[in-house]
Design a protein around this ligand. Sequence first.
Ligand code: GDP
Length: 717
Amino acid sequence: MSVKIAVAGNPNSGKTTLFNALTGSNQYVGNWPGVTVERKEGVLTGHPDVVLVDLPGIYSLSTNSIEEELARDYLLESNPDAIINIVDGTNLERNLYLTTQLAELGIPMVLAINMMDEVEKSGVKIDSKALGNAFGVPVVEISALRETQIDELARVAVQTALTKGHLHPKHRFSGGVEHALGHIEEVALHDHPEHKQRWYAVKLFERNELVEAELGIPADLKAHIEQDIRHIEQEYDDESDSIIASERYDFIESVLERVTARKKAGALSPSDQIDRIVTNRWLALPIFAVIMFAVYYVSVNTVGSHLSDWIKTHLFGQIILSAVSGKLAEWGVAAWLRGLLVDGILAGVGSVLSFLPQMVVLFLFLSLLEYSGYMARVAFIMDRMFRKFGLSGKSFIPMLIGSGCGVPAIMAARTIENENDRRMTVITTSFIPCGAKLPVIAMIAEAFFGGRGWVAFGAYFLGIAAVVISGIILKKTPLFKGEAAPFVMELPAYRLPSLKSILITTWDRVSSFVKKASTIILLAAILLWFVTYFGWVDGRFQMLERAQIDNSIVAAFGNLIAWFFKPLGWGEWRPVVAALSGLVAKETVVTSFGIFYGFSEAAEAGHNAWAGLRANFTPLTGASFLVFVLLSAPCIAAISSIRQEMNSSKWTAFAVGYMSLVGYMTALVIFQIGTWLQTGFSFWTGIALGYIALVLWLMLRPAPTAERAPRIAKKEA
Ligand code: GDP
């Protein structure tokens, strides 16, 4: 009779290398039935009657991905005689998560700690005997790459498989949870083989629908179990599945504390010391907020804004503009060409370029944070917060990239395996203000809020809030529901980044901005100038003076749709067209303002170019405008990336529609609530309050799945 051994482990744990080392060329490769995931089997070298089955690389045995489902089904249904669980010794904390789940299956198991060559180099010592005792399994330290201890692993695995016993997992959850699990086993699982009871009990405790259906749990029994679960959830103030997940990590942490040690005994590395503060449960978020505030304050308010002012009034206004105007007059250039150059191109592109210093400073800081290793911590901190809402911290990586540009951010969502989470990330990532939105933010901050840094900082956190709130709401709809994939990342040690790499990254971003200014924004400026300075006066199509631009082509177009933006406080053609022009590129919003409000004239006269805005806006309408531009549909480039990543027009339309709706309604709420406070209640105040109530309801309602229904009672109780 042949013996079957399954090889299971995380992606990148070295599973393929180990499988090759154990089977040599005795492999047959096929697919798992019905899917295109590769399935490999092979005969264990030196043991002709032992077959190894290579399971797909997975992080957990939940059913987040097709790989996890395949692995789970195989282990539950094919009854292998043993499991070789390969774990990456340099990353035990993450890898052992799967181990705790595998152990519950009751199948005899061997733990293979791989990458021991690396572990030894890093100066960490693992007491593998103690580790084995903690899990109740034999442990072999190996290096799959160097083929060390491979024969020993084969020997121990075969021996374990032949014992034909069952594994009794040794890790325990906390008292309350164990009590509930015991009770579930007693009432629902007493007919099942004892060694499988624990696995099923945990799954029932997690309200796993698949297992409920598989076991055919009748409704009354389910309700009975539900009481147990709710009791624990109340006691722990958390959802049952997160309780299990976090207790698994607690267990792993406590084991690792005992079994691993640095060779040079004692002191924490400087990185660990910093992390104790920076990732501290209570301090992490405030520290993050302070750092981001400082970054935006310094880039928008201080260094950046002084330089920007200087560029605008001195360099641009007094030097470039006067020189160009002077020369054009001297050469007797036609009025239209002067207009195009001065009121179109210089005003349109110059207005955007005047924010270049702020952008340079911001990008310098962001790349400094990235290279130092701090941003990796932020992803870790965010994961802790996101997970409470059923979101995955993996979504935060694209968002970090999104503070530069939405296009690579949307592509970065590819690393998220769970399809629903990936879609949601693609849809919400553009809420984070990208570099191109910075000029708009800085313009509004300067025009209405004295250039204050908190506006930019507020824009950043508004973006994060929009992502989190959208996540909570969307996760509760059938389109996106599902467990958040566990996300554990390695935190690289802090390091002082090299000046060169920071400068290169900053240069990359700045140069792509300058490139954009000299191509797409330049074209937009020319087009905008034309439609702004040509129009009909007394029924005759002609070139217009500045004072006449209300008769322009673009005004005629803008007036057609301006009514739609009245409830946001800026239902006038200029801001409406400016906001829409942001579809081309977000900087174009500033280009439009520059042209519509005479940026060149003001700069030439030595005025703050944006002071002119104050005549047409109030801080309230300015804020409403900014919020709309920040949250509504992103630029064409980002939309086409969404299209590419989603590979579906419907999803793309959903994404753009969703963002625009959020942008519109948030701006409406800001303007209408502000107006209410100033002038009194109106119909629109009612709409705004109704919208807030709707959002709160969508956030707070329980997830509308059958199994969660009883939680309504809990909330009401
Ligand atoms: P899988 O994704 O689990 O199948 O992992 P692979 O077998 O592809 O290995 C991932 C990476 O780890 C590869 O670059 C391997 O060369 C490397 N690797 C595997 N085992 C060891 C080992 O024992 N020591 C070291 N240093 N690297 C290893």
